[in-house]
Design a protein around this ligand. Structure first.
Ligand code: ZN
Length: 316
């Protein structure tokens, strides 16, 4: 018998796990989530292209005919979440729903890849194929309908998904709160501590506000379970511990940056990335450039640092 690809099955939810290339002890698999109501079936995220066999097997295991998938709900535009959009659209005819903020990237794999992997010409040149494009299928699945914070998606039989905006990791990210089971599904705003990359955020202030928002939401809505794209299912209390750990890790990235800018007047963007990654034993890769750039902008706006020529100086 084949090994099951369903890692969690409870109430209306079934989680499908897909291994990542260069997986970190298998823990950082991407997960996508089937949610079944009485009238409609939704899938939250399509995963990475390398996970397509797992996705195909999940339809079999869950006895869902491909034509019965009504909705594909996207958390955000990153390649390990939209990689099978084109395949799903062609095979199931589902309606694709997502945040309007990055709809142009979801509709164009090359734009999506360039917008993040090649966003920092001062940093380092990375291969778009291996770093990003190979994670996505040959065809895109653009967003058909936009959803925003507070919107409700009724799947029938009391299964209702409420859209919860969780910005910072991506500036167009949403999660979903299922009301009947008080379950929150969030992909990447709370990255797990075993993630081998530097904490990935596009704006540290927005990221911190999202940590606060998630903590408030867990308490106010009496959330019973939280499902994550790259982590095991957690209780609200366990998730608050993770929120605090995420706060600490964003603080650590910034503290490390300040230390190196002070110690090395005129440090370049690329050198700063290397030193910060080394401090935390993280891989020196393009994702780290995103966070370093975001915090440099933030420090600069606060008047703490300034750029002269190619280098950064502490002036606060
Ligand atoms: Zn992501």
């Amino acid at each position: 018998m084949q090994h099951s690809v369903i890692s969690y099955h409870s109430g209306p939810f079934a989680t499908v796990s897909m291994g990542l290339p260069g997986d970190h002890e298998g823990k950082t698999a991407t997960r996508v989530f089937f949610v079944r109501g009485a009238d409609r079936i939704a899938l939250i995220d399509s995963g990475l292209f390398g996970g397509l066999p797992a996705l195909e097997q999940a339809f079999e295991e869950l006895k869902i005919a491909r034509g019965d998938l009504d909705l594909l709900l996207l958390t955000h535009e990153h390649m390990d979440h939209v990689g099978n959009n084109g395949w799903l659209k062609a095979e199931t005819g589902c309606t694709i729903m997502g945040h309007p903020g990055r709809a142009d990237r979801v509709a164009d794999n090359m734009l999506n890849a360039k917008a993040i992997v090649h966003a920092f010409p001062e940093g380092e040149h990375f291969d778009l194929n291996t770093e990003y494009l190979d994670w996505m299928g040959p065809t895109e699945g653009p967003i058909d309908d936009f959803v925003r914070d507070g919107d409700e998606i009724d799947l029938g039989g009391g299964v209702v998904l409420e859209v919860v905006e969780v910005l910072g990791h991506s500036m167009a990210e949403i999660g979903f709160f299922e009301r009947s089971t008080r379950t929150l599904i969030i992909a990447d705003p709370l990255l797990p501590p075993f993630n081998p990359v530097l904490y990935l955020y596009e704006d540290p202030s927005v990221m911190r506000a999202t940590f606060d928002k998630i903590e408030r939401f867990l308490k106010e809505r009496d959330v019973q379970a939280v499902l994550f794209a790259h982590d095991e299912v957690k209780t609200a209390a366990e998730t608050i511990e993770l929120v605090n750990d995420c706060r600490r890790r964003v603080d650590q990235v910034e503290a490390s940056m300040v230390t190196h800018i002070k110690a090395n007047p005129g440090i370049t963007f690329a050198d700063l990335r290397d030193k910060c990654c080394d401090d935390q034993n993280m891989v020196r890769e393009w994702r780290a450039l995103v966070s370093i750039d975001a915090s440099l902008k933030n420090f600069s706006e606060k008047g703490l640092i300034e750029k002269r020529g190619d280098g950064w100086h502490y002036v606060g």
